[in-house]
Design a protein around this ligand. Structure first.
Ligand code: AMP
Ligand code: MG
Length: 419
């Protein structure tokens, strides 16, 4: 009977909360992709490709050798063995960067890796399968036709699409684009992200901390997180816990593409962010069924997307990861908005409130007892939303499903990698 009441109570409380997935979906639906821009290869790392990268020509552009050795006709060495070596006169050389003359039948041409295959040759014998005798080469293996020849166009044909839009460019992609003759690429524009902290207790890092004061750690963290997500952060400062101060700063912020504030979103007597943001724009979400981070504001400030993160540093970092990072990536046209999750096994029994999707800081250990190769996840320490030690120690955030209260050791869950 008591249990039933408890269930009803939990249910009643959770009905006015929105699930993380639903809040993310509604948020991302209203976020557009910014007009793309062209950048040089030197500035392309980590940017989101906006147009397909196509091959402008065949790659490789000419038949060339995969080995140092001798270019021959396969038919001339068809009987070669270690005990009955075939002896061919060496005529000429093909080296990288030069066009060789033709290969005369019954001869071999010295050839280097990457050098053009001479007309008349069809095969390269590796140097290790030959020995040299003055002006002659002795071939020990009946090398098959086409061996060690990289034919023109084997890698790519002109017009082939090689890298798709929406992909985040790696150093490898940049090299491939260069190989295909590109020196500029169209990429998603980096969104301008205005950041502000709120709270009378906050002072900037490096300033003396008075009694009852605390360093604003969210702003440096969020500045770095915006940059990591591809945005251009501008920190506007620390708003005081007054309606005017919060309004002045949110107004100044509203000319950017995205506004991210931290703290002042709850129901405290000095929490002004929700009220002011609703006056300047609109709030569409403010209670999400998650821990940490239940009060998180999502809406618009004029033309900017607005996300009001909770103030506790752990809540701030988790809600930034789940809501702000995908917005920044979507504005750049990224295909993958969310970090790729991994699968881990819970290393010990964990309990959590029913009805809230819970993000638990955890360290990962390789386990030999595991029935599979999944690492085991253990709590990284006190899970209070102001606890920094367990945050900085954590390898990942476990995503513990909303509907569960007790999760048995050994259960497989998803995790968001943090490093
Ligand atoms: P609030 O949402 O304003 O009630 O803040 C919740 C908690 O987060 C309080 O303990 C604040 O002191 C703390 N907090 C708020 N903003 C920051 C910040 N920028 N850096 C570090 N802690 C903060
Ligand atoms: Mg506050």
């Amino acid at each position: 009977m008591e249990d039933e009441n408890l269930t009803m109570l939990t249910h009643a409380v959770s009905t006015d909360l929105e699930s993380v997935a639903s809040a993310q979906r509604r948020l991302l639906e209203q976020v557009g992709v910014l007009a793309p821009e062209a950048v040089g290869l030197d500035s392309a790392l980590g940017r989101i490709l906006a147009e397909p990268i196509k091959s402008r020509s065949e790659l490789p552009g000419f038949d060339n050798s995969a080995m140092d050795g001798y270019a021959v006709r396969a038919s001339d060495i068809a009987r070669a063995t270690v005990t009955a070596r075939v002896r061919l006169p060496v005529a000429g050389e093909s080296r990288a960067g030069a066009v060789p003359g033709p290969l005369v039948a019954g001869t071999a041409m010295r050839i280097m890796t990457g050098a053009p295959i001479p007309d008349g040759a069809d095969t390269v014998v590796r140097q290790e399968e030959t020995s040299r005798d003055g002006a002659f080469v002795l071939i020990e293996v009946a090398t098959a036709l086409g061996t060690s020849v990289r034919p023109r166009g084997a890698d790519m044909r002109a017009g082939d699409t090689v890298i798709l839009p929406g992909q985040q460019l790696t150093s490898i992609d940049i090299g491939v684009a260069a190989a295909l003759g590109h020196d500029r690429l169209m990429v998603g524009t980096r969104p301008r992200v205005a950041l502000l902290a709120t709270g009378d207790e906050l002072v900037s890092a490096g300033t003396a901390v008075g009694p009852a004061q605390l360093v604003d750690s969210n702003s440096p963290m969020l500045t770095a997180a915006v940059r990591e997500a591809g945005g251009i952060p501008t920190f506007l400062g620390i708003a005081r816990d007054s309606k005017d101060s919060v309004r002045a700063m949110l107004e100044a912020a509203s000319t950017s593409d995205l506004v991210v504030s931290s703290a002042g979103v709850s129901v405290g007597d000095h929490d002004w962010v929700r009220e002011v943001a609703a006056e300047l724009g609109a709030i569409s979400t403010w209670r999400v069924a998650m821990r940490p981070g239940k009060p998180v504001l999502i809406g618009r400030l004029r033309n900017a997307v607005f996300i009001g993160l909770p103030g506790n540093p752990v809540s701030s970092s988790v809600t930034f990861e789940l809501f702000a990072r995908p917005v920044i990536r979507r504005m750049q046209g990224a295909h993958e908005l969310h970090r790729r999750r991994m699968r881990v096994r819970i290393g010990e029994e964990m309990t959590k409130p029913a009805g809230l999707e819970t993000y638990t800081r955890a360290v990962l250990r390789e386990s030999s007892q595991s029935p599979d190769d999944l690492p085991h996840a253990h709590s990284s320490g006190d899970q209070g939303s102001s606890m920094l030690q367990s945050l900085t120690r954590a390898d990942c955030l476990l995503v513990l499903p909303a509907d569960l209260e007790v999760i048995a050791a050994g259960t497989v869950v998803e995790a968001i990698p943090l490093r």
